[in-house]
Ligand binder design. Structure first.
Ligand SMILES: Cc1cc2nc3c(=O)[nH]c(=O)nc-3n(C[C@H](O)[C@H](O)[C@H](O)COP(=O)(O)O)c2cc1C
Length: 325
């Protein structure tokens, strides 16, 4: 399938794997790219320019297809070495970057000069328009359903995507709640040029995470995520577990006085324990409502081939039946 997104990134299918902390290693990105999508390494998980450069080199050994790197800008006191990470991406010959978390204006000129295409992840139309105005090549429009940080507006994709289509000139992909061929066709119908998936790609054979994480996603329903850190205006959608219920109890007790330090035990440094060690109650980890649509653990190629076949079937069979009906 050809769309403005497949053309922009030089990929076969309009499917992107969003950056995911402690999931987006070379194994994940290469598996998605080898299956014809755009795989993405998560820059901040590697942390230093040296480690990111090694991971990019490793990914290049695993695929000759295009892949990208996610750069998430965090509101943190001890900022990572962003200039060094940007240099590692450019020197590594990576041609696609997914930015997220904050306005990427500071890094854009470096990527532009190096011919790197930038897709910025936004949770609102106004941020998408801002991304367009500063020169991003595309945006990933992340609805309220999404795993991770949905922002504070709470607009689901059924509204957000057509709103984005009405306003944007640059191409965008639908992100949040995407799982199958139905998601892809619906996204295209609402004006997107493809889709971005996070949670769905964790439940694949190649995802370099503990089996317990994959099983938890398969076992979960659409009712099993919670929103945490809303009082801090840093809302995150996570899978529920004992630590998350504890965290929500603390939020309730502290009310407007909540500080990050109050919930540090449930959120700080928990990703390696969950993703690598499989300790599923260690703390809060991002997961989308789309878990309710995930029932198996295919390879990335099986998943993407299935999505494209289902999309084709919906367009040529199911939707065609309504034509002139
Ligand atoms: C475990 C996990 C970790 C994530 N980490 C990041 C991250 O570090 N940076 C980022 O920009 N997005 C991150 N995301 C968001 C995804 O890139 C993607 O936008 C989101 O998962 C889409 O929603 P979905 O899960 O419904 O597909 C994460 C998502 C998950 C599930």
């Amino acid at each position: 399938m050809k769309t403005r997104i497949t053309e922009l990134f030089g990929i076969e299918h309009p499917i992107i794997q969003g950056g995911m902390h402690y999931v987006g290693f070379a194994e994940m990105a290469a598996a998605v790219s080898n299956a014809g999508g755009l795989g993405i390494i998560t820059g901040l998980t590697l942390g230093t320019p040296e480690k990111l450069a090694d991971e990019i080199a490793k990914c290049k050994d695993m695929t000759d297809k295009p892949f990208g790197v996610n750069l998430t800008f965090l509101p943190t006191v001890n900022a990572p070495d962003y200039p060094g990470l940007v240099k590692a991406i450019i020197d590594g010959g990576v041609k696609a970057v997914e930015t997220a978390g904050n306005n990427p204006a500071q890094v854009l000129p470096f990527f532009k000069d190096a011919g790197v295409k930038v897709i910025h992840k936004c949770t609102s139309v106004r941020h998408s328009l801002k991304a367009q105005s500063i020169g991003c090549d595309a945006v990933s429009v992340d609805g309220f359903e999404c795993g991770g940080h949905p922002g504070e507006d709470d607009i689901p994709n059924m509204i957000l995507l057509p709103r984005a289509a009405d306003e944007l000139e640059i191409p965008f992909v639908a992100s949040g709640g995407m799982a199958d061929g139905r998601s892809l066709v619906a996204s295209l119908a609402m004006g997107a040029e493809g889709m971005n998936m996070g949670t769905r790609f964790i439940a694949t054979k190649e995802a370099p995470v503990h089996e317990n994480v994959k099983k938890a996603i398969v076992a979960a329903s659409e009712l099993d995520t919670r929103l945490v850190m809303r009082p801090l205006r840093n809302t995150e959608r996570v899978m529920t577990n004992d630590a998350v219920e504890e965290l929500l109890q603390i939020e309730k007790e502290k009310g407007a006085d909540l500080k990050f330090e109050d919930i540090i035990e449930q959120v700080a440094g928990v990703y390696p324990r969950i993703m690598t060690e499989g300790d599923m109650d260690a703390g809060a980890w991002s997961c989308g409502m789309v878990a309710g649509l995930i029932d198996d653990i295919p390879t990335c190629k099986e998943l993407i081939d299935r999505i494209m076949a289902e999309a084709e079937e919906i367009i040529t069979q199911r939707l065609a039946r309504f034509q002139g009906a």
